[in-house]
Design a binder for this molecule. Structure first.
Ligand SMILES: NC(=O)c1ccc[n+]([C@@H]2O[C@H](COP(=O)([O-])OP(=O)(O)OC[C@H]3O[C@@H](n4cnc5c(N)ncnc54)[C@H](O)[C@@H]3O)[C@@H](O)[C@H]2O)c1
Ligand SMILES: CCCCCCO
Ligand SMILES: [Fe+2]
Ligand SMILES: [Zn+2]
Length: 382
């Protein structure tokens, strides 16, 4: 059976990436872009910086800065109104995963019409979205390169996964200068999200030699650079390596998908509005302990990529060493220790587990669980 490898055709990464991306954007010939961002990125002046750079090459811009963390159906509808009122011919997302996903929803409705919930699931939209340029500022969800769009239905309190190559941006920008201002907690949470992407993609039943290469390199770069990026946000070598790491992890999961960590984390995000990366980080060791009987050798490879000497270990020992390395990194970057600290309520676990088993990410988990087993994993993380 063949595999397909999805990524944007142009991806500008590293020092000066933002200014180096402008000629690419100019080359598309767009006239008026909608910048989709959030209030912090607008108030920090980043949105104006992008607007000025594009203005200098004759591209007009309008701004929608109402994106919530865990973007909602309302965010998408509000942004679409501004896009239509200004007759925009392309979209620019500026921020972390939330503005990227909100922008994908807006760009998708601009060409396909209807409501965003019409597109929940796999490969539903018939037409490509309005062209999207994604400028990334966290490291990271890698939403700036993926074919996934996660929108919270604030009425049903669930996160909808819209999975289609029609939402893949045409160009992604990862400039570490835009990430240097991330506070330590955000650096840690987004960095652990990226590690989760690498681990889940590597143990996924849909892994390929291409996604494996991306996942292992991502795990190495994260274990070598995340502690430094958290401790010293102005260390631009660490910031640049984390930008590459999260992108590599994104390339891996964009094509091998994910597993129970994300399926379960999405429920915590939809139910409690908890930050995505923190939910993943707390759940990751518990899910991999559950998965280990099915993928011990794969977890041993991750341990080696994270710098553990596994030469004299068998697969089970290697898997244990991998989980220990993940726990140590999580602790070193001050991720909360458990779900109780995140105020998750034990009485909600049955509903969370039922919905997690329905999440698109659950399909590629290496071990197939049932309601009781997923409830037990949630309980072990409390
Ligand atoms: N589509 C995908 O492939 C995909 C993958 C993983 C996660 N996600 C989604 O991404 C969202 C989480 O995104 P995120 O973790 O990047 O955070 P985010 O986009 O929700 O941002 C969190 C906070 O950090 C701030 N921020 C962003 N960049 C900053 C910077 N450089 N300096 C200072 N503050 C900054 C934002 O303003 C916001 O207040 C979730 O909704 C999750 O579901 C999507
Ligand atoms: C089905 C894959 C969804 C990926 C979103 C990661 O938060
Ligand atoms: Fe996710
Ligand atoms: Zn994620």
């Amino acid at each position: 059976m063949s595999t397909t490898f999805f990524i944007p055709s142009v991806n500008v990464i590293g020092e000066n990436a933002l200014s180096d991306a402008v000629p690419h954007i100019q080359g598309y010939g767009f006239k008026h872009g909608l910048i989709v961002t959030d209030i912090f990125m607008n108030k920090s002046g980043a949105a104006q910086q992008v607007s000025d750079l594009l203005g200098k090459v004759g591209i007009k811009t309008s701004i929608y800065d109402g994106t919530n963390p865990n973007p909602t159906v309302t965010n998408v509808n509000d942004g679409l109104k501004i896009l239509k009122a200004n007759n925009c011919d392309f979209v620019i997302s500026l921020g972390g995963g939330s503005p990227h996903d909100c922008a994908k929803g807006i760009a998708l409705l601009a060409t396909n019409g209807g409501e965003i919930k019409d597109y929940e699931g796999l490969d539903v939209p018939k037409k490509p979205q309005l062209p999207l340029v994604s400028i990334n500022t966290t490291a990271g969800t890698a939403s700036e390169i993926t074919r996934f769009c996660i929108i919270t239905d604030e009425v049903r309190h669930i996160k909808m996964a819209i999975v289609t190559s029609q939402v893949t941006p045409i160009l992604s920008v990862n400039d570490p200068a835009l990430m240097a201002g991330m506070p330590a907690g955000l650096t840690a949470a987004t960095g652990m999200d990226a590690l989760t992407h690498a681990v889940e993609a590597y143990v996924s039943i849909a892994a390929s030699p291409i996604t494996d290469a991306c996942a292992l390199k991502a795990a190495t770069l994260i274990s070598e650079n995340l502690r430094t990026a958290v401790k010293d946000g102005k260390n631009m070598v660490a910031r640049e390596n984390m930008a590459y790491a999260q992108l590599l992890a994104g390339m891996a999961f964009n094509n091998a998908s994910l597993g129970y960590v994300h399926a379960m984390a999405h429920q915590l995000g939809g139910f409690y509005g908890l930050p995505h990366g923190v939910c993943n980080a707390v759940l990751l060791p518990h899910v991999e302990e559950y998965n280990a009987p099915k993928c011990a050798g794969r977890l041993k490879d991750i341990a080696a990529a994270m710098g553990v000497n596994v030469d004299n270990m068998n697969d089970e020992e290697g898997a244990k060493a991998c989980i220990a390395a993940i726990r140590a990194l999580s602790k070193d970057v001050n991720i909360p220790a458990n779900l109780t600290e995140l105020k998750v309520k034990a009485e909600d676990i049955p509903t969370l587990a039922t919905n997690a088993l329905k999440d698109a990410c659950a399909v590629t988990n290496p071990r197939v669980g049932n309601q009781a087993e997923v409830e037990a994993i949630f309980k072990s993380a409390m």
